[in-house]
Write a protein that binds this ligand. Structure first.
Ligand SMILES: Nc1ncnc2c1ncn2[C@@H]1O[C@H](COP(=O)(O)OP(=O)(O)OP(=O)(O)O)[C@@H](O)[C@H]1O
Ligand SMILES: [Mg+2]
Length: 269
């Protein structure tokens, strides 16, 4: 019988790189951002501890669930409503008001949001282990200037994704590609969403490079603009595991260069 590894190789599926996956977890990057006093929303991280949430998706009873939800509830009350909920790995943002947007500290309401995030974590990695959901974050909501709503009432505001490599910004993209939305929006709104002033560009570059001094290698860093124009760092991920515009010239140049390096190495064998 073929092993899972052999099946994946045959299907062209890359094996999960768990070292890289762990770096995407908030448990890895959040404490360091806090230590260097980056502008990040107030956040309480909670570990599930002995409570294993996985059997939730089979509607099984979860020992310790009440205590875990009680810890979440007290964090929600400390941060204040509404607030943002995610696991260390994902927010299932496309489900917004049923997933990461929290406007009540009611026990049943919190359980239903936790359930959706656990379910999403299984679906997000159907070919391997589910995304880790042992770390949960309750975050203060950043008030934004919403241009429109999409994805189950999510307010869409100006947001950027910068890629840094060895402390240097390599590129800076709008977080939301123009064609990613579920609903149609006026062209001027999309243009405004994707516009970045020189001043904002300089500010983001400085913030990302500062982060780069503490995170070696290749990273993506996401920033959300608040309703006063200030930028907040919301999310990070290892560069190789981050959505990157396929038509990005810099990405394509990097890929060609690394292909050339690989070809050279093959030639040497
Ligand atoms: N504290 C917050 N206040 C307001 N909106 C937020 C907050 N945190 C996140 N968001 C919104 O939710 C989106 C998803 O959040 P986040 O990046 O934490 O989740 P993710 O699942 O890791 O996303 P990605 O797919 O970019 O990796 C953000 O891009 C932003 O629009
Ligand atoms: Mg992320």
């Amino acid at each position: 019988m073929m092993t899972k590894k052999e099946i994946n190789r045959l299907m062209g599926i890359e094996p999960t790189n768990y070292e890289q996956e762990n770096k995407n977890n908030m448990a890895y990057w959040f404490p360091l951002l806090q230590m260097i006093r980056m502008r990040i929303p107030d956040t309480i991280l909670i570990h599930t501890g002995v409570c294993n949430l996985a059997p939730m998706i089979d509607n099984k009873e979860i020992p310790g669930l009440d205590l875990f939800i009680e810890r979440l509830r007290s964090a929600v009350e400390e941060i204040g409503l509404p607030c943002f909920l995610r696991t260390g790995m994902t927010s299932a943002k496309h489900g917004w008001k049923d997933t990461c947007f929290i406007e009540s500290s009611d026990k049943k309401y919190l359980i239903s949001h936790v359930y959706r995030l656990v379910e999403y974590s299984f679906m997000a990695n159907i070919i391997g282990l589910p995304l880790d959901f042992s770390i949960w974050a309750i975050r203060r909501m950043i008030p934004t200037y919403r241009l429109f709503t999409d994805f189950n009432e999510m307010p869409i505001a100006k947001e950027r994704r910068l890629f840094i490599r060895d402390s240097k910004v390599v590129c800076n993209h709008p977080y939301w590609p123009a064609d990613c939305f579920q609903r149609r929006h006026a062209e001027e709104k999309i243009k405004e969403l994707q516009y970045l002033s020189v001043q904002d560009n300089d500010e983001l570059k400085a913030m990302a490079e500062y982060v780069g001094d503490y995170f070696t290698g290749y990273w993506s860093v996401d920033f959300l603009q608040d309703d006063k124009g200030k930028w907040w760092l919301t999310d990070m991920a290892v560069g190789e595991r981050s959505y990157h515009y396929p038509n990005c010239e810099i990405l394509n140049r990097m890929n060609t260069e690394s292909n050339k390096r690989e070809e050279k190495n093959v030639g040497r064998e």
